[in-house]
Design a protein around this ligand. Structure first.
Ligand code: BES
Ligand code: MN
Ligand code: ZN
Length: 488
């Protein structure tokens, strides 16, 4: 679907935003007159009063400049924030996507509004339908283009550049999370990373032999029961000054999580195709940075494994020696994400000097209980980092909520046999998981952990542009965070 901005446009469908309890917008006056007052009549004759997302649909007479007019309720002007505008763009697109019409033009009142609506339409146009073989033609979208009519065209185009980049990242993250685990496993995920080299990303992939040399036995332990080879993916976007320290993003990439020997219950296990949501978020962010040619150095690291039960799988009771040298008693093989992340965190600090380090992981079911599906859990000791991430999340609508860390939680990780165990007991499951990771962060490193288990895919009510199972959470938040804090 093509998105453009123009001062005027011809299209099959023309849409106007109407304020709640407002009049027909001035931009529609000419069309209303040439159509003999059909537009104003539609506003009076129905219950249309401009409430958000209400639509009135008008068939124009033959020979008119368009075939249809849509009036869409835009709510109260003072409530029209970025989320509302994204929603309007998304709903306009979705309402007419399979209408049979090919082009839609939407009148916008400002450059920024146009760009936000465009992002909504772009995200709503996402489809993950390649696995359907019986789609009928009328189930496929007919809309090929959406044009935003706006006075300040260069302004709207400029405002759309970063939003569009975030949108590309979101779509890639959605694709990765949506893909079934028979097609997306560590090596095929690594292939997807390699595809980013076409945008100027440097990609390197380490296999099990190299990971063993690096002593990453904790991560390797998780993949040990799988016939799929574990991989560490390294993506470098070096758009900043040469020699400038990078921001480092780390993602949990468990391509499928059965729980291992501590096997998960059957019902719902298929959702664990999305247990690489952290890795998808990191990959999508690198894609976004490359799309807008960000002037910053960012390294993305993704730990790609599959957690399977097997004769050779790790057992509860096994003790693993992590790359940091610290030993871990595995009490539950289903607490595998932290076993992957701890070695990747260590790798990041041994090989680079992170300005800041953020990891993302679908780490605990407990975070879904705490925060539901509308905030990711944020854990950090840095108030600065907490503020930066919270603000970026508010701006882009990918919100985070800070939870505490503390020594009392850390002591729940004590083990009788090793430096630590990989679970903390029933209480505060998301916090003890974060405490576990913290043991692998060196003194003085600015680090945050985002538990995205509740937001990588969303049950129940969701945003209008959140159109597939996978939300694609992460790239918009991280790209905004980097743009606002680490780029000059
Ligand atoms: N991948 C799961 C966490 C998860 C659960 C993500 C639900 C998305 C939705 C993780 O590996 C896991 O199994 N965590 C365990 C930890 C427990 C054994 C300490 C959990 O949350 O039950
Ligand atoms: Mn698990
Ligand atoms: Zn998991």
């Amino acid at each position: 679907m093509k998105i453009t901005f123009a001062e005027s446009a011809k299209a099959d469908i023309i849409a106007f935003l109407v304020d709640e309890d407002g009049d027909l917008p001035k931009a529609a006056a000419g069309l209303d007159e040439s159509a003999g007052g059909l537009l104003s009549e539609a506003m009076q004759g129905s219950r249309f009063n401009g409430k958000k997302d209400q639509q009135a649909f008008i068939v124009l007479p033959k020979g008119s400049e368009a075939r249809r007019v849509v009036l869409i309720g835009a709510g109260k002007a003072d409530k029209r924030d970025a989320r509302v505008l994204e929603g309007l763009g998304a709903n306009l697109f979705k309402s007419h996507a399979t209408s049979g019409f090919k082009s839609l033009a939407i009148h916008a009142t400002s450059a920024d509004d146009a760009a936000r609506m465009a992002l909504g339409a772009k995200l709503a146009s996402y489809r993950f339908d390649t696995y359907f073989t019986k789609l009928k033609d009328d189930q496929k979208p007919s809309l090929e283009s959406v044009t935003f009519i706006v006075a300040d065209v260069p302004g709207a185009e400029a405002a759309f550049v970063p939003l569009n980049a975030g949108g590309e990242g979101t779509k890639l993250a959605r694709d990765l999370v949506n893909m079934p685990p028979n097609d997306l496993y560590p090596a095929s995920f690594a292939e997807k990373l390699r595809e980013l080299s076409q945008y100027g990303v440097q990609v390197e992939v380490l296999g099990e032999e190299q990971l063993a040399k690096l002593g990453m036995n904790s991560m390797l332990g998780v993949g040990q029961g799988s016939v799929k080879e574990s991989q560490l993916g390294i993506m470098k976007w070096m758009g900043g000054a040469e020699g400038e320290d990078p921001v480092i993003l780390i993602g949990k990439g468990v391509c499928f999580d059965t729980g291992g020997i501590s096997l998960k219950p059957g019902p719902g296990m298929e959702d664990m195709r999305g247990d690489m949501g952290g890795a998808a978020a990191v990959t999508g962010t690198i894609r976004a940075l490359a799309e807008r040619k960000a002037k910053v150095n960012v390294i993305g690291l993704v730990g790609l494994v599959e957690n399977m039960p097997d004769g050779d799988a790790i057992r509860p009771g096994d003790i693993l020696k992590s790359a940091s040298g610290q030993t871990i008693e595995v009490q539950n093989t289903d607490a595998e994400g932290r076993l992957v992340l701890c070695d990747v965190l260590w790798y990041a600090q041994e090989h680079f000097k992170p300005k800041a380090m953020v990891d993302l992981a679908t780490l605990t079911g407990a975070i879904v209980i705490s925060l539901g599906h509308h905030h990711a859990g944020l854990f950090t000791e840095s108030d600065d980092l907490a503020n930066e991430l919270s603000k970026a999340g508010q701006t882009e609508g990918e919100r985070v909520w800070r939870l505490p860390l503390g020594p009392e939680y850390d002591s729940l990780l004590k083990s009788k046999f090793a430096d630590m165990r990989n679970i903390g007991g029933r209480a505060a499951g998301s916090i003890t998981a974060a405490q576990f990771l913290k043991r692998f962060v060196k003194e003085g490193v600015k680090w945050a952990h985002l538990d995205i288990a509740g937001v990588a895919w969303v049950e129940g009510e969701k945003a209008a542009f959140d159109v597939s199972w996978a939300s694609g959470f992460g790239p918009r938040l991280l790209d905004r965070w980097i743009a606002d804090n680490y780029e000059n």
